[in-house]
Design a binder for this molecule. Structure first.
Ligand code: DOR
Ligand code: ZN
Ligand code: ZN
Length: 404
C-alpha cells in the first residue's frame, strides 16, 4: 500500500510506503511512482497523522455487553481515528486474576476493528502474586483509590503498597486528596505512576510537584474534563443525569488549568475514559461515565484549529507519549519500521457532530451539536483500511499489542 499526497504534521507533502503492515519508507519528495504497488490511496493533501492510542477505555466486555462490547466499542474507536486502545479491568468478572485476564484475551480474539491491550486490576484481596505473573501480558496495574463503576476500590494501605511494589507501572483512579496518597505510595515503593483523568487544578499542582522531585509520574486528561464543566451539567435536568461521571465535571478554571498543563508538558496524554451506559440507565439512577471514543480526536482538533495547540503537540499526547509510557511495541510514531497505523483528517471540515456519527452501543453522545475541529476521513491499522468515509471494513483485523 502507498498513501500519496499525505501532509505530515510538519507540513511536508510525502508518500508513505507500507509493506508487511509496517511503514517501509516515507518518501519526502512524494515520488510514489518510484515504487511498485497498485494499491495507492490518495490522501488529497489532507493531514495523515499517527493513529491515535487511547490508553483508557471501558469496553464492558465481558459481562456488561448490553452497554458496549469489544466489537461495537472498537468500531466506534475506529470511527474516531483510534487505532489502539487499552481496556480497563472493571468488567464482569473484574480482570484481577491471571485466569480472568487470559480468558478475557481469548474471548476478545477476532472481535476488534483496531488493535488493543489490557490493563490488569489491583484487588482489595491482594492479588500481588497474580500481578507478578502477568507483568508482560498487561499495560499496567489499575488501582481504584475512589469508589466507581465496578466495586474495585482498594483502601488498605498495606495491600496498596504490596500491589505497587510488584507492578511495572500503576495507573490510578484517584481524585483530589487521593492523588496525593497515590503519589506518596509510588514514592515510597519507587513505582512509576500514571494518574488517570486529572480534573482539578490542585491535582495538576500535585503532579507538577512530583515531577519536579524527579519521580517517574505521568498525567492524563480526558476530553470531557477539557471541554465540559459544571455549567454544562446545570444547564437542564437531563444533563444533571447524563453528564455524571467520576471524577465529576469541574469548574471553568479547572478546564483552563488543564489546557495550561497540556501546553507546559505537565499533562502527558489524552485518554477518553470511554464509559458507555445506556441512556435509560443514565436517567434512572446516578450512573457514572459517558461514551466518547468517536469524538476525542475531532474535539481535540478544535484546539489545533484555534491555534491553542499545534499538531506536533496533539500527536505527542495522543500517540507518542502514550506508547512510550506503557512500553507499547512499534506504535506511536509515523516513522519507518513502525506499524502502519494512521488517521487521515480533514481539518477544513468543521461540521457539527450528529446522531449519525454515533457508533457506540450506548447510542448517545454528550457532544451532539459540537463543531468538530476536523473530520476523521480514514483510519488505517497496520496497513488495513478499517474505516473510510462512513464505511467500515468487513474484515476484523484488530489484534493484541505487545510490550517492551
Ligand atoms: O465515570 C466513570 N465511569 N469513572 C470511572 O472511574 C469508571 C467509569 C465506568 O467504568 O463506568
Ligand atoms: Zn476512573
Ligand atoms: Zn475509567
Amino acid at each position: 500500500m502507498i498513501i500519496k499526497n499525505a501532509k505530515t504534521i510538519n507540513n511536508k507533502t510525502v508518500s508513505i510506503i507500507i509493506e508487511n503492515e509496517k511503514i517501509k519508507k516515507i518518501d519526502l519528495d512524494n515520488n510514489y511512482l518510484n515504487y511498485k504497488d497498485d494499491n495507492i490511496i490518495d490522501a488529497n493533501y489532507n493531514y495523515v497523522i499517527s493513529g491515535i492510542i487511547d490508553p483508557h477505555v471501558h469496553m464492558r466486555d465481558p459481562g456488561l455487553t448490553h452497554k458496549e462490547d469489544f466489537n461495537s466499542g472498537s468500531k466506534a474507536a475506529a470511527r474516531g481515528g483510534i487505532t489502539t486502545f487499552l481496556d480497563m479491568p472493571n468488567t464482569v468478572p473484574n480482570t484481577i486474576s491471571k485466569e480472568n485476564l487470559l480468558s478475557k484475551k481469548s474471548m476478545m480474539i477476532g472481535k476488534s476493528y483496531v488493535d488493543y491491550g489490557f490493563h490488569f486490576g489491583g484487588s482489595k484481596t491482594d492479588n500481588s502474586d497474580d500481578i507478578k505473573n502477568i507483568i508482560n501480558d498487561a499495560a499496567s496495574t489499575k488501582i481504584f483509590f475512589n469508589a466507581s463503576t465496578g466495586n474495585m476500590l482498594v483502601e488498605d494501605d498495606k495491600i496498596l503498597e504490596k500491589l505497587f511494589e510488584v507492578s511495572k507501572i500503576v495507573t490510578v483512579h484517584a481524585e483530589d486528596k487521593m492523588v496525593d496518597k497515590a503519589i506518596s505510595i509510588a514514592k515510597k515503593t519507587n513505582t512509576p505512576l500514571y494518574l488517570c483523568h486529572l480534573s482539578l487544578e490542585s491535582e495538576i499542582n500535585s503532579l507538577k510537584k512530583a515531577k519536579d522531585s524527579g519521580m517517574i509520574i505521568y498525567g492524563e486528561a480526558t476530553p470531557h474534563h477539557l471541554f465540559l464543566n459544571i455549567e454544562d451539567v446545570n444547564k437542564n435536568d437531563k444533563n444533571k443525569m447524563l453528564l455524571r461521571m467520576k471524577p465529576e465535571l469541574r469548574e471553568k478554571k479547572d478546564n483552563e488549568a488543564l489546557w495550561k498543563a497540556i501546553l507546559d508538558g505537565t499533562i502527558d496524554t489524552i485518554g477518553t475514559d470511554h464509559a458507555p451506559h445506556l441512556i435509560s440507565e443514565k436517567m434512572e439512577k446516578l450512573t457514572f461515565g459517558i461514551p466518547s471514543v468517536e469524538h476525542s480526536l475531532e474535539l481535540m482538533l478544535k484546539k489545533v484549529n484555534d491555534n491553542t495547540i499545534d499538531l506536533q503537540l496533539l500527536t505527542k499526547i495522543m500517540t507518542e507519549n502514550t506508547s512510550k509510557i506503557f512500553g507499547i511495541n512499534n506504535k506511536g510514531l509515523l516513522e519507518e519500521n513502525y506499524d502502519a497505523d494512521f488517521v487521515i483528517v480533514d481539518l477544513n471540515d468543521n461540521s457539527e457532530i450528529e446522531e449519525k456519527d454515533i457508533i457506540t452501543k450506548a447510542a448517545w453522545s454528550p457532544y451532539l451539536g459540537f463543531k468538530r475541529g476536523g473530520k476523521v476521513i480514514t483510519t488505517i491499522v497496520r496497513g488495513n483500511i478499517v474505516y473510510n468515509n462512513g464505511i467500515f471494513s468487513d474484515t476484523i483485523i484488530g489484534k493484541e499489542i505487545s510490550y517492551k
